[in-house]
Design a protein around this ligand. Sequence first.
Ligand SMILES: *Cc1c(COP(=O)(O)O)cnc(C)c1O
Length: 410
Amino acid sequence: MAVVNANYLKLKAGYLFPEISRRVNHFLKDHPDAPLIRLGIGDVTEPLPAACREAMIKAVEEMGDRATFKGYGPEQGYSWLREKIAAHDFQARGCDIDASEIFISDGSKCDTGNILDIFGDSNKIAVTDPVYPVYVDTNVMAGHTGEANDRGEYAGLVYLPITAENNFTATLPSDPVDLVYLCFPNNPTGAVASREHLQAWVDYARTHRAILFFDAAYEAFITDPAIPHSIYEIPGARDCAIEFRSFSKNAGFTGTRCAFTVVPKGLKGYTPSGDAVDLWSLWQRRQSTKFNGVSYIVQRGAEAVYSPEGQTQVRQLVSLYLENARLIRDRLSKAGMAVYGGVNAPYVWVKTPNGMSSWDFFDTLLHTCYVVGTPGAGFGAAGEGYLRLSAFNSQANVIEAMARVVATLG
Ligand SMILES: *Cc1c(COP(=O)(O)O)cnc(C)c1O
């Protein structure tokens, strides 16, 4: 008898995006010609930067020539890519991160899930509420939780609410936790963390010998020079933090797939009896056993992000989405809505009007404006009363969507 991983049966069966699709499809059946504008799912819409395309085309040609063909590459990624990442993304910001501490992968989604392989089963785990659902579901799959209650909260996890009332800044847990997921700029709220807030987390983690999982997938959207882009800008973070980065949102690699994880050398976890264990070595062992590296072609595409042309093109992409976010904020706040995020992030977190529920507001936007958002409640109980609008669309669509919403609400 083949026994399944029963932890999977605890999962709330992929509730959010399937439910959105169900409602949208139901609506489209009755209104097949409705000019729907989707500001829901967090996927980019603009094409790949020319510098990345050109580098990948050249790499394809190299793969077609026996003299330059590449087979398996290093599991950790090619050093020419890791050197550029270390120099541009970290050393240029004063972070003491070396190329040897960077692990190239095919996505931050997998990395944030896979990282649990090197940690034990007895850790106390904290997530924000609302939260990127991957952090929670991967812990459920790994057997780190009990069952979910009717608010969708899993027994055993520590939920840290982030709402307008606390300025989207979690209060540090009063009881010690061992693993903490932080995502800044935040998906879904678009909030950012100040240096002081991150310093408080680093101090907390060092006191409790905890590890921070810092997801910086949206760092390229930071416009405020006072906001740190990397956790390693915070003194002490090398002793307590693993950082996840991705080319998905800055360079439009959601369909191309390249990301990386930073594990500082000397970062320690512990055996149950309290002996220190080097986490870099465990992650290196994990990756070289279960992963065979990212395609040479894609790594050349990612490398081109750091060329002068690539940097200019990525900045243009990010500016386009940030201008969309500004338009969303501007139009909705002029119409009297409370809006958050969208300044250092491609997401605007909208307070539903008149105390409407997330799903009722979602339905109103769908049926009266033909605009698809994402109900905040789908990201956690504390997301109730909010709706996420994504800036990933054309400017024309964003302007049209906002005109419809303002005409309805204004
Ligand atoms: C989009 C996103 C990522 C990136 O995931 P990839 O697998 O690299 O495409 C990571 N974290 C969050 C919170 C995201 O929204």
